[in-house]
Design a binder for this molecule. Structure first.
Ligand code: HEM
Length: 555
């Protein structure tokens, strides 16, 4: 189907083969949500006039409610324990709450850690205090299972992946609602399969092996590096570089923010969109209380940007059909409009790639500069390997041939993973392989509706896996290390990040070009890495470095 201009056939493909699009009617909104342009949430309708006949009636009503609530908690706990036994599972250690009903103590502690930019150290302390790698806690009324066991992450990603979903956490509860967006990163089942197939040809073809696409933006980036040894912050430059390469890749038109810095405002809006999405995800059952006008304004900015691109791409397609000409466009949106023409569907689908792509590769590369500028011996070794390739243009195969480059990037992924957590909700009663019983070795029971949060950050710094120097930046460890599922920066199984080869290629290319031109780089900021969370951690203080140009460098 892809690649045809037969609009009738394409319409059939969408409407008849995927009736799911019709069944998910975003216009079906409740009135209070509609007023805020939110999709239907699961809250029940409220009556506008609540009559309390008498204090007695009120007290009886209150007692009944408390009784009902208490008995349902006891019943569900009995049921849960029975099922744990029936499934042959061990008990999971429980977090000791002050507020076991809503878990407000836990939520407030997490909120404080966020506000103080201590979310990563807080994770470490939390697990250390529990003394185990898997435990349960209540988070705003939901039972959460926290785990830093790679076997559990592996099972959720592969053997048991159909038992766990993303959609209830991101779409059904309205987290991504203000976009009215349905796309690969917020749906499950048939809709996910459709969405993944829509982007698959794009990510699996060898488009990303064309490094020419990166050259012009990287030349611009390098031309902005001060040559007189002045300190500069490479993090915002990388953000602009990534915006330029990714807008070209996704929409066929670069924003050229390295040349026109004000264009970066869309990236800044996206960072705020992600902040809001994270807040909404964390509010869980209380998400309907989220109202943040700044966030909504930024959502609108991003929506307008996407809609303008969708509109012009659809118009270009119509022109091509009318004239019989072929377009030279090879971007993802162009690929998509050949398969789908509904602007709302297109917005959702392209957003679902734009959101997880935003500021990911750029942060990976900035984090690499952070580490390399503090480890001159590693930079110098990397440079030697790169220079050994000679003066010819870099290509995909050459980049892949430098194992040391892969080790450096692996080490950056390990210490600063972009996806800290893998969070899923159980769609059915199921089990995970470890974390139960006295020794934590028994399987654990996961009831339908439970939320499991697997922690990549802790796995990547686990002394049991990496040894006593787990906190150190040491690319040499990759000479021997074969961690398999203990190191999955891009996830694994059917929902693995579709862009993993693209990301590694782009990051490798930038580091190589930098190493070809600059003899040395030096850190210009002694403050410790203080992670603020976007999609992944980035340094709150930026990445301030200085660079010394190799006078002989011609590239
Ligand atoms: C440093 C860069 C990146 C890292 C570390 C990363 C990591 C990840 C991880 C861990 C997941 C979740 C996998 C899972 O749930 O098992 C994911 C999903 C995804 N990523 Fe990336 N990613 C990066 C960059 C990108 C870029 C640049 C794009 C797009 C151009 C992208 C597109 C996606 C999409 C669409 C998904 C959802 C896949 C699905 O649910 O089927 N990512 N990524």
């Amino acid at each position: 189907m892809s690649g045809t201009y037969d609009s009738g056939a394409e319409k059939l493909f969408i409407e008849d083969n995927f009736p799911v699009w019709k069944s998910y009617n975003v216009k079906n909104v409740c009135t209070s949500c509609a007023a805020r342009n939110y999709p239907e949430t699961k809250h029940s309708p409220t009556t506008s006039k609540t009559m309390i006949a008498s204090p007695h009636l009120f007290v009886s009503f209150l007692c009944l409610t408390i009784f009902y609530y208490a008995s349902s908690i006891i019943l569900s706990s009995i049921q849960y324990n029975r099922k744990t036994q029936a499934f042959g599972c061990g008990k999971i250690k429980k977090y000791r709450h002050y507020d076991p009903i809503l878990g407000l103590d836990f939520a407030l502690s997490m909120r404080k850690a966020f506000q103080e930019h201590r979310w990563l150290p807080w994770q470490k302390e939390l697990y250390r205090d529990q003394g185990v790698k898997t435990f349960t806690a209540t988070f705003l009324g939901s039972r959460m299972i926290y785990s830093a066991e790679s076997d559990n992450m592996k099972a959720m990603s592969t053997a048991k992946w159909k038992d766990f979903g993303i959609q209830p956490l991101r779409l059904d509860n309205g987290v991504t609602g203000p976009f009215h967006a349905i796309g690969v990163s917020n749906v499950d089942g048939e809709m996910w399969e459709f969405s993944r197939n829509l982007i698959k040809p794009y990510f699996t073809r060898d488009g990303y092996s064309d490094l020419g696409r990166l050259k012009v933006h990287t030349d611009r980036l390098l031309s902005l590096v001060p040559l007189d040894g002045t300190a500069f912050d490479i993090q915002p430059l990388m953000q602009r570089w990534f915006l330029d390469t990714s807008t070209e890749f996704l929409f066929g038109k670069t924003l050229n923010s390295l040349t026109y810095p004000t264009k970066v405002k869309i990236s800044i809006a996206m960072v705020d969109v992600m902040r809001g999405l994270r807040a909404r995800l964390q509010m869980a059952k209380l998400m309907f209380l989220h109202y943040d006008p700044v966030w909504l304004r930024n959502v609108q900015t991003v929506k307008d940007f996407i809609d303008a691109n969708v509109k012009s791409t659809l118009a270009e397609r119509s022109k091509c059909i009318a004239s019989g000409n072929k377009s030279s466009r090879t971007d993802l949106l162009w690929d998509m409009v050949r398969q789908v023409q509904d602007p709302e569907v297109l917005r959702g689908q392209i957003l679902a790639v734009f959101v997880p792509s935003n500021d990911t590769t750029s942060i990976l590369i900035s984090n690499a500069f952070y580490a390399l500028s503090r480890h001159p011996e590693v930079y110098s070794k990397l440079r030697k390997k790169v220079l050994a390739l000679g003066d010819q243009e870099l290509n995909f195969e050459k980049l892949r041939s430098i194992s040391y480059l892969a080790w450096v990037l692996n080490e950056v992924h390990r210490l600063y993973p972009n996806g800290i957590l893998m969070v899923r909700q159980a769609l059915t009663d199921t089990t995970l392989p470890v974390g139960g019983g006295q020794d934590q070795a028994a399987p654990i029971f996961v009831a339908k509706g439970d939320i499991v949060s697997c922690n990549r950050y802790l796995m990547h710094r686990d002394l049991d896996i990496w040894g006593p120097d787990a906190e150190e930046f040491n690319p040499e460890r990759w000479r021997e290390a074969r961690p398999m599922w203990k190191f999955v920066p891009f996830g694994g199984g059917p929902r693995i990040c579709p862009a993993h080869v693209l990301v590694m290629t782009e990051a490798s290319y930038v580091l190589c070009r930098f190493a070809q031109r600059f003899e040395k780089i030096e850190a210009k900021d002694d403050r410790p890495y203080t992670a603020i969370m976007r999609i992944g951690p980035s340094n709150m203080h930026g990445v301030k470095i200085s660079a010394v140009k190799d006078e002989k460098a011609t590239l």
